[in-house]
Design a protein around this ligand. Structure first.
Ligand code: AMP
Length: 416
């Protein structure tokens, strides 16, 4: 029979990598605690309509990338491609506007997008998602950006760049859209096929097209920053001033757009200089009109999502540390078959004393067991016939080679 492999675009994170992920998760948890964010756990699948209305019909995600299916009850269900819409759905559903504002949430979990897989781009990937809902304050945008930077600082990431823009609001964006269309109209035949389709539906997305010919055309396109209304301008200026006060180095980029009506004002990305083409470690921004798009009352919000595969890849390529790889404290080596029951009892006692312990289950030779002990554990606890008769243990330090004979109580004391 043919063997079955993991679906294209998915990854098995195995033991030699998963401890690195555990480290990244621990660091994330420390940061979100320090910023006062609370964990939220949401379904992996939602009604498809949430993403049609909450991500937008004209986005690549909704048009091409969603895992959508009918369940046995005939409902259209989608594996979540992102989390912001779900968090806002939950905020509205549980009437969280009643509590003190803003409400701040964090979550780490898998997202699903049918994309062309490559390094740093998968069909199932894990995001750290951060959302702060209920305040219009530009200082909350700054907090979000600061939180993301603090996360990367604690992980020791270098060579990052914060890229910032404003995408305006429903008041000023239509005027900008018109100015952009007027600028692009004479070049329409030279744009790539996708961008020709975007020209009427979503012209802002043409600005972040990666096709060289489109990039060349939009090089001199008008900037949205010259078209902001007074409210969006003041908001943007405060964000920049406050970030400068924090000592953050930022680069303004008029091409950074989200292009959907409910994304408003601040848009930002953090790029890694060590990732190749999939170089965004995080993307985020403000979405003051999202709540209304999914049936709630007007509620401002701001957030970001960071792809943890890309974070781990960047850390590996920069030689960052993931803390200490976890090792067992003790490995029980049995010198003959009569000792195995005693070995199992000893493992039980050590583990109950919070000492990470393993033992042999394959009836291997002492030599093979000692090799495993030295690869996986700080100490070998050797249990042979004479130890069993004399009710003691030989403890070998795998780093120094030192050996001593100990009673059970002494063994526990020593290993703790
Ligand atoms: P987005 O929701 O598209 O703004 O993405 C936010 C972040 O998630 C990006 O900056 C990436 O770090 C990560 N990300 C998005 N799509 C993928 C993917 N297909 N594979 C891995 N990471 C991704």
């Amino acid at each position: 029979m043919s063997k079955i492999e993991a679906p294209r675009g998915t990854r098995d994170i195995l033991g030699d990598e998963s401890w690195k992920w555990a480290y990244v998760r621990r660091v994330a948890q420390g940061v979100v605690n320090d910023f006062g964010y609370k964990e939220i756990s949401l379904p992996i699948f939602e009604h498809t309509e949430l993403f049609h209305r909450g991500v937008g019909q004209t986005t690549d995600v909704v048009e091409k990338e969603m895992y959508t299916f009918l369940d046995k009850g005939g409902r259209s269900i989608t594996l979540r491609p992102e989390l912001t819409a779900s968090v806002m759905r939950s905020y509205i559903e549980h009437n969280m506007a009643r509590g003190s504002q803003p409400q701040k949430f964090w979550c780490i979990g898998p997202m699903f997008r049918y994309e062309r897989p490559q390094k740093g781009r998968y069909r199932q990937f894990v995001q750290l998602d951060i959302e702060a809902i209920g305040s219009k304050s530009p200082l909350l945008d700054v907090e979000i950006i600061d939180l993301s930077m603090e996360f990367y600082r604690r992980l020791g990431l270098k060579n990052l760049q914060v890229v910032l823009n404003s995408v305006g609001c429903p008041e000023c964006r239509p005027l900008y859209k018109k100015a952009l269309q007027d600028f692009l109209a004479p070049h329409l035949p030279e744009l790539c096929e996708s961008c020709q389709g975007r020209f009427d539906r979503n012209p802002l997305r043409i600005l972040d097209c990666k096709t060289p010919s489109c990039k060349a055309i939009t090089e001199n396109a008008p900037s949205i920053l010259d078209h902001l209304c007074p409210d969006c301008r003041a908001h943007f200026d405060t964000v920049i001033k406050a970030l400068e006060k924090l000592g953050a180095e930022i680069k303004l980029d008029k091409r950074l757009v989200r292009g959907l009506d409910y994304y408003t004002k601040t848009a930002f990305e953090i790029l890694s200089g060590d990732l190749g083409s999939q170089n965004a470690v995080c993307g985020g921004g403000r979405y003051d009109n999202l709540a209304e798009a999914i049936g709630g009352v007007s509620t401002p919000g701001v957030g970001f999502a960071s792809g943890l595969e890309r974070v781990v890849l960047t850390m590996e390529s920069q030689g960052a540390t993931f803390g200490k790889e976890p090792r067992n404290r003790a490995y029980i080596v049995t010198a003959d078959d009569t000792a195995v029951l005693e070995a199992a009892r000893t493992a039980n006692i050590l583990r109950a004393s919070h000492i990470a312990t393993d033992m042999d289950y394959m009836s291997r030779s002492v030599k093979a067991q000692m090799k495993t002990a030295s690869g996986t554990s700080d100490f070998a606890v050797i249990l042979g016939q004479s130890e069993i008769e004399q009710h003691n243990y030989t403890l070998k330090n795998m780093a120094t080679g030192e050996q001593e004979t100990l009673s059970l109580e002494e063994l526990i004391d020593k290993l703790k």
